[in-house]
Structure formats: structure tokens, C-alpha cells
Design a protein around this ligand. Structure first.
Ligand SMILES: [Zn+2]
Length: 154
């Protein structure tokens, strides 16, 4: 059974609302950092260091993907917070973009179904206006066509 026009309209409105919510993410202001953070844990190699007993040194590293190839940048603790804000904002932005692509695809689908349904309704409504609607795809006779045209111009 085809979906009703009203449920398709509701779907279109809901999709539009979701797009509006995503728009807020694109309008945010923080500078973005294309990359992600990870913690590198390692031993320094000094035999007397605490890392030799398993307490590894932790370094925050930015895997930066803004260039032609990814590179790893060691971060100083005082920069960590600001860089994290930048990578968080970037991740949010990219996820929202992917979601927007999906939503637009869904919107086109719903719009196409609305078109189908409204054209079907149009065919139903105006069926009675057609005298002897041809059942096949054969062309109407030129004479009949001319007649219909003359009628329309009256
Ligand atoms: Zn060490």
C-alpha cells in the first residue's frame, strides 16, 4: 500500500528539522583541527626510571591529517586542552556533514514519493475531464488534438 500524502509530508517536515539542527553545528565558531589525539605510552630506556617497572611515560600526540600525509605531533600538556577542542569540533563537523548527505538523499526520496502521489491524485481528479482517455500509448488523432486546443482557447 502506498504511503499517504500526509505521512510523507510529516516525514519531509521532520527531515527539514533535522537539517536545521545540523546547521547549528556548521555555524559553530571554534577553529577546527583535522586530526585526532591519542596517548603514547612508552619506556625511555633508563634502567633506573620508574618506567622500567611498568609505569610507562605518557605523551599526548596529535595525529594531524590536514596535510598531504598524516603526521604525528607531540603536544605539550598546556596545549592539550585547546587542541582537543579543535579536534572535537572537527569530528562533530565531519559527522554532521555525513549526516547531512544522508538526510538530503532521504529528502529527495520523500519528495519523489510526494510527486508520485500528487500526480496520481491529479490523474484521479482530472480523469473525468478527459473524454475517452486512450488506454494505449497511441497518439491521439490530429483532428481530435486540434479540437481540444480550440476548446481550451475559448
Ligand atoms: Zn622512563
Amino acid at each position: 500500500m502506498p504511503q499517504t500524502l500526509s505521512s510523507l509530508r510529516t516525514q519531509l517536515i521532520q527531515l527539514t528539522e533535522e537539517v536545521r539542527r545540523l546547521r547549528e553545528i556548521f555555524l559553530e565558531r571554534p577553529p577546527m583541527v583535522p586530526g585526532s589525539l591519542y596517548t603514547l605510552r612508552r619506556r625511555c630506556g633508563k634502567p633506573n626510571c620508574r618506567c622500567a617497572e611498568g609505569h610507562l611515560h605518557a605523551t599526548e600526540v596529535l595525529s594531524y591529517r590536514g596535510g598531504p600525509r598524516a603526521r604525528n605531533i607531540t603536544l605539550r600538556p598546556e596545549h592539550l586542552h585547546a587542541v582537543k577542542q579543535g579536534t572535537d569540533a572537527y569530528r562533530r563537523f565531519r559527522q554532521a556533514r555525513a549526516q547531512l548527505v544522508k538526510l538530503h538523499r532521504q529528502m529527495i526520496e520523500v519528495i519523489d514519493r510526494i510527486e508520485t502521489e500528487r500526480v496520481r491524485q491529479g490523474n484521479e481528479k482530472f480523469r473525468t475531464l478527459q473524454t475517452k482517455a486512450p488506454r494505449s500509448k497511441s497518439q491521439p488523432k490530429p483532428k481530435a488534438k486540434a479540437h481540444a486546443k480550440a476548446k481550451a482557447h475559448r
